[in-house]
Write a protein that binds this ligand. Structure first.
Ligand SMILES: NC(=O)c1ccc[n+]([C@@H]2O[C@H](COP(=O)([O-])OP(=O)(O)OC[C@H]3O[C@@H](n4cnc5c(N)ncnc54)[C@H](O)[C@@H]3O)[C@@H](O)[C@H]2O)c1
Length: 259
């Protein structure tokens, strides 16, 4: 999608990846950018507003564990913007000691945001189509023994998003769905890993995990912006160490019909 004059909503825009991604998105001459996040970062918001006076940049407080917050935020944004072109669902936590909260933020937040956004974007209703980008993870593609709850929530995000990224929904809604799977990226999400694993005892992976190469948030953001510009409906894109790889996930079950 060509981003010039587009309206973008970014969930988790003040987070590590979110901030870097927004800084790069704003270079694309957006019409408007709404940051939906739990807490406001007035300093950085002020900097963006000064640097990009031609883009309407604003913050909307949202706790994605509350469906009513999500609905209210979209409603408020719709009163300011005529339509939404791109939604990035990028809120998330990685703390397997907080099981319900992990599922509520990482999965329920994405589901509720996606379905609420569709109410506005669905071209068979009042919308004009667009793109919904859901941020999963490389552990939304494979197991993660240290963080099974996080991996489960992200695997569900991958499957949810892929399930919507089929042609008959596209023909009805005019909305494309892309799954983004970043590899380890240097942000606060990875701080203090050993206090957030599912169990509190040492495993062989506790020694390995801190040594795994991480990409910088800027690198992940550069790939994410490229994915928004070039991604196709149903794509699953792995963003690892500054590169983008399209992931093809096979269907193992082939359904049979009664005669
Ligand atoms: N950093 C990594 O290694 C990595 C790897 C793969 C995927 N991801 C995913 O990328 C996304 C961004 O992660 P990050 O690394 O920038 O982490 P981060 O901790 O820097 O940012 C997370 C963002 O989510 C927001 N958030 C948390 N709880 C919320 C809530 N209840 N309501 C609304 N917003 C809430 C935070 O305010 C913050 O803006 C997340 O979905 C994360 O799971 C990160």
């Amino acid at each position: 999608m060509n981003l010039v004059e587009k309206n973008v909503i970014y969930f988790g825009g003040f987070g590590g990846i979110g901030q870097k991604c927004i800084a790069q998105l704003l270079e694309k001459q957006l019409k408007a950018l709404a940051i939906f996040d739990l807490t406001e970062n007035t300093k950085i918001l002020d900097e963006w507003q000064k640097k990009f006076p031609n883009t309407d940049i604003f913050y909307q407080k949202v706790d994605v564990t509350k469906k009513s917050d999500i609905e209210a935020a979209y409603k408020a944004a719709s009163q300011r913007l005529d339509y939404f072109d791109v939604i990035v669902n990028g809120s998330g936590i990685m703390n397997d000691r907080l099981i319900e909260l992990s599922v509520d933020i990482n999965l329920m937040g994405v589901i509720n945001s996606t379905l609420t956004a569709l109410e506005y974007m669905d071209k068979s209703k009042k919308g004009r189509g667009g793109l919904i980008v859901n941020i999963s993870s490389v552990v939304g593609l494979q197991p993660s023994p240290l963080f099974p709850v996080y991996a489960a929530s992200k695997t569900a995000v991958t499957c949810f998003t892929r399930s919507l990224g089929v042609s008959f929904y596209y023909e009805r809604f005019g909305v494309s769905f892309i799954t983004i799977c970043p590899g380890m990226t240097d942000t606060g999400l990875l701080d203090d890993l050993s206090s957030k694993t599912i169990f509190d005892f040492e495993t062989p992976l506790h020694k390995i995990a801190p040594k795994i190469k991480r990409q910088k948030a800027e690198e992940c953001a550069r790939s994410l912006v490229k994915a928004i510009e070039e991604g196709k409906n149903g794509d699953v894109l792995m963003l690892e160490l500054g590169t983008i790889t399209e992931v093809k996930i096979p269907n193992h079950w082939v359904h049979q019909f009664d005669d």
